[in-house]
Design a protein around this ligand. Structure first.
Ligand code: DGJ
Length: 540
């Protein structure tokens, strides 16, 4: 009898321990990709720290306090190679461990950003002993022969350096964090890309550029011809879909071909770095991109980075990278989201310019694109943490994260984003029509007509059942109809403002009378935030 209990207890212990040790991973759910942490989907309400903030543990104390007040659940934090390995082969994790400890105290998860060989194209985070030894650790070179402060992707020495340091870092994370799993994902490097010229013109690079396109890439192109990004397909097609030849023979002359070549070679480098890190500790890994905006050409923008039009090149060369992510600093927020939520690449926004408008955008990203997370840059510089608009959005989103995770990837949600130009959008669901509009379209707010720019507003909708929905957000008004052609009308049965505690919905107040315009609409005024439950009914 006793033996039986011991066996059972051991089995139980084994099950608990083995479950606790499952590292965070990515999992497909319908059309979405979810980050799974300790067996549960995890959505990131994040913020990225300014570049130098995390180099002071003292500062990190108030930073974590502030982020907690802002309702973040995750911070994106640099891990600085120059401080970790300031002496060759000697590693110091005082800062990293201190940050992990502070995060735990403040109920925050961490995405570490490996500021290794490349940070915004440059190699400024390489330790001094690397920077100085340029004979051993060579630089990328411009077309005119100038060396850059960019470590060349074509040097085996450079590769070995980054591989070794990154692997050591990942190994350390495994040692200190495998059980608690405060660190849930890692960004490899930061905004990789060649700047000044579209590609490296070092001797080694030039040699490869005039050689044949590797078979590994050609095989990928042939196999994935139906789904290639249009820009790449177009260049390949225009040059006769060749399966043998040099880079210019396959893709033509020009900066775009330089960029394809460079992306391929960055990819090969990153593949080895990421894989060696994953071998030490298998966390999800992604790359972030400085975007190719404002009509610039490769080289004027950081060429060959993890850009949406180069998705295939990166996938073929660096399969250890789980996805590519945009850093959104330029106009066109919704377009960038669309460009990156493509061909199985999930959306994650590791950086977006810090702006009050993010309070509206975040609803669009979660509702429309199943984003894995949202993270404005330099988040700690907010001066009014409790009153900051994004805090109000995160407060709401936090409550419905379990529900969002449950519905992701199943076509049960939509996101809406409005400004002075983009004022309304109608969707259909289960035979109902939902017309979302900017709150100012009502004309009730004096600011609606005073000639000033309208504030950005946004919301998401979640389908609970055929005739029950949740709307969460700020600054929207929603009317309901149906697609039936037999004279059936759709009315508002009930609207409640609700809150969620531990995933359970609780009504706060009935939103009837003036609040729903006597049954005509659901409204969350601009400058206010709420979650509202609506039940629809039909009549004739
Ligand atoms: C994007 C980079 O990824 C960040 O590290 C930082 O340099 C910002 N740009 C600054 O705007």
């Amino acid at each position: 009898m006793r033996t039986k209990y011991i066996v059972l207890a051991l089995f139980f212990l084994f099950t608990v321990v083995s479950q606790a040790q499952k590292t965070p991973y990515l999992q497909k759910k319908g059309t979405a990709t979810q980050l799974i942490v300790k067996d549960n989907p995890y959505l990131i309400l994040g913020g990225e720290l300014g570049n130098s903030t995390a180099s002071s543990l003292e500062d990190m104390q108030w930073v974590c306090e502030k982020l907690q007040k802002m309702k973040l659940n995750t911070m994106l934090v640099p891990a600085y190679w120059e401080l970790i390995e300031s002496e060759e082969g000697k590693y110091d994790y005082t800062l990293v461990d201190g940050i992990i400890e502070l995060a735990r105290k403040h109920d925050l998860k961490i995405v570490f950003l490996w500021f290794g060989v490349w940070k915004n194209s440059m190699s400024c985070y390489a330790p001094m002993w690397v920077k100085e030894n340029y004979q051993k650790y060579p630089r990328a070179v411009t077309k005119s022969g100038q060396p850059l402060e960019i470590l060349s992707a074509f040097s085996q020495n450079n590769l070995e350096l980054d591989k070794r340091a990154f692997k050591h870092f990942m190994n350390h994370l495994a040692e200190v964090d495998k059980t608690q799993q405060t660190v849930i994902m890692v960004q490899v490097e930061n905004e990789i890309g060649m700047i000044e010229d579209a590609r490296d013109y070092s001797k080694e690079a030039n040699k490869l550029f005039t050689s044949e396109v590797p078979k590994q890439l050609v095989d990928y192109l042939v196999k994935n011809k139906q789904s290639l990004r249009p820009q790449l397909l177009d260049r390949w097609e225009k040059n006769g879909f060749k399966t043998k030849g040099t880079w210019t023979e396959l893709f033509g002359e020009g900066l775009e071909t330089d960029e394809i070549f460079m992306a391929w070679n960055y990819g090969l480098f990153i593949q080895e770095v990421a894989q060696s890190g994953k071998n030490a500790y298998n966390l999800p890994m992604y790359l972030n991109a400085a975007l190719n905006s404002r009509g610039r050409k490769p080289g004027a923008y950081p060429s060959a980075g993890p850009l949406a039009h180069l998705l295939d090149i990166w996938r073929a060369s660096a399969p250890a990278i789980d996805f590519l992510a945009p850093d959104i600093y330029d106009p066109g927020f919704t377009d960038w989201c669309k460009q990156y939520h493509v061909n199985g690449n999930p959306l994650f926004i590791p950086e977006i310019r810090l702006a009050e408008e993010n309070a509206a955008r975040v609803f669009y990203a979660f509702g429309e694109h199943d984003t894995m997370g949202f993270s404005p840059f330099s988040i700690e510089s907010v001066t009014n943490p409790e009153e900051y608009p994004l805090t109000k959005s995160y407060k709401i989103l936090r409550q419905i994260l379990p529900l969002l995770s449950e519905k992701q990837g199943e076509g049960k949600t939509n996101g809406f984003w409005f400004d002075s130009e983009q004022k309304e959008r109608t969707i259909e669901r289960n035979g109902y029509t939902f017309t979302f509009k900017h709150d100012y379209t009502l004309g009730w707010n004096p600011q609606a007509k005073d000639g000033n720019k309208w504030p950005e507003t946004g919301a998401l909708i979640i389908e609970l059942s055929k005739n029950e929905y949740l709307v969460a957000g700020t600054g929207v008004v929603v009317t309901f109809g149906n697609t039936k052609k037999d004279g059936t009308q759709t009315g508002i049965g009930i609207i409640d403002e609700v809150e969620f505690n531990d995933g359970k919905m609780r009504p706060l107040r009935r939103m009837n009378g003036d609040q729903d315009h006597q049954g005509r609409h659901l409204r969350i005024p601009a400058g206010e935030w709420s979650i509202q439950y609506v039940k629809l009914y039909d009549y004739k």
